[in-house]
Every structure is written in structure tokens, then in C-alpha cells.
Write a protein that binds this ligand. Sequence first.
Ligand SMILES: [Zn+2]
Ligand SMILES: [Zn+2]
Length: 230
Amino acid sequence: MFKFLKDLIAPKKCYSCNEEWHFLCENCLSKMSNFEPICYICKWRSDKFEIHNNCKKNVYYDNIIILSHYKNKIISKLIKDLKFYSKKDIAEDFWYYLSELFFENEIYKNTDNYIIIYPSMWFFKKLKRWYNHSEILAKYISKKTNIKLWKKYIKKIKTTRQQSKLSKEERVLNLVNTFKIANNKVDKIDKKIFIIVDDVISTGSTINELSKILKQNWAKKIIWLIIASD
Ligand SMILES: [Zn+2]
Ligand SMILES: [Zn+2]
């Protein structure tokens, strides 16, 4: 309780240099070895984080844009504090950096062609907390980019076995036909470009499955916008 109160009144301080007003200041972020644009599948260089055409076999997403490395101790601590210790303000620094990264890597003219979403907690078996940090990030990125945010766009139609207890192959099968697009959204996906905001990359099979459902409903392009990956 005391720690909670202390956090409330204490000014924000950069986790790296202790300067006030940010949890991660722009200067420290720029000094980190952040992600070079790569193709997430083969890990080789790729302009704008695009998945190479050759790497797209059974892959339904088009770009995975990543800000930083999870192995960076400061980044991983910030993410953990954001998720588990109710330091929601940390999202303020991250949404700003993620928006900037998006502008750098996607040239867009008409915001009407885009929709921002975030993975719902049960889709990724995320722990139930009183807030969803990805929702907070997505909400602010939506404001900054002027792109529409969808909250309830997907429904669960079958209970799954716990993913962590299954082998890689079983996990993929386990997810098939588990989710469906909400009725009021299903005819609004056609030709749209989706930006999916999340903190870290979950298993490849889950991000692919959400991308697949959107593509099956005629989404034009799927871009994941992620704070950190290994
Ligand atoms: Zn700093
Ligand atoms: Zn590749």
C-alpha cells in the first residue's frame, strides 16, 4: 500500500537515466540498440519490417513492426511494470514511440482504410486484470494516428484446451475454428488494413491465427505493432 501511494505522488522518472517526466525518455530510447527492420520469419533484413514473399507460406500477417528487444533489461522491466504493477502511465511513453514507428514504416494517405485493434485477453489467454494494457496502447495510438479503434470484433465459439500444455502442432489445431468475427463487424473488414497493437509477440501460432481470421474475411493487410520481441 505504501509503495502504491509513493508511486502515485512520485514524478515519472526515466528507468534508464532518472530524468523526470518520462518512464523512458527519447534520448535513452535512441541510444538503445533497437530493432532493425527485419522479416519476422527469416530474421533477415526487410524494408519496413515486411514479411518476404518467399517467407509467406501459411503466414497471414504482412508486417511485424517491432520497437525494441525484450532482452533489454530496461524494456522488459517497463513492460512488466506496465502489465503487472498497475503502472498504466508507462503506456504513455510506449504509445508515442509506437505511433512514431508506425509513421516511419507505413506510408498512408487515407485513415479510413485502416483499423486499429488489440488482441482480446482471452484470445491470448492473458491473465485477467482490471485493465488490458494493449487496449490502453491501442486507444492512444488510435487518437494519435486518427485511425478508428475496434474493441469487440471477435467472438469465441468453442472452448480450447490450455495452449501451454500442447505441442506446437497441437496448438495450431486447437485454435482452428475457435474464433469468429462479431456479426456487426464481419462485412466491414473487406479491403481494410489492420494494425494490431500488443506489448510482446505471443507464440507465432496465435498471432497467425488472428491474422488468418481477418484475412479470411478479406482484410487487405495485417500489420502487427509491437513493443518488444526476442
Ligand atoms: Zn532517459
Ligand atoms: Zn523473410
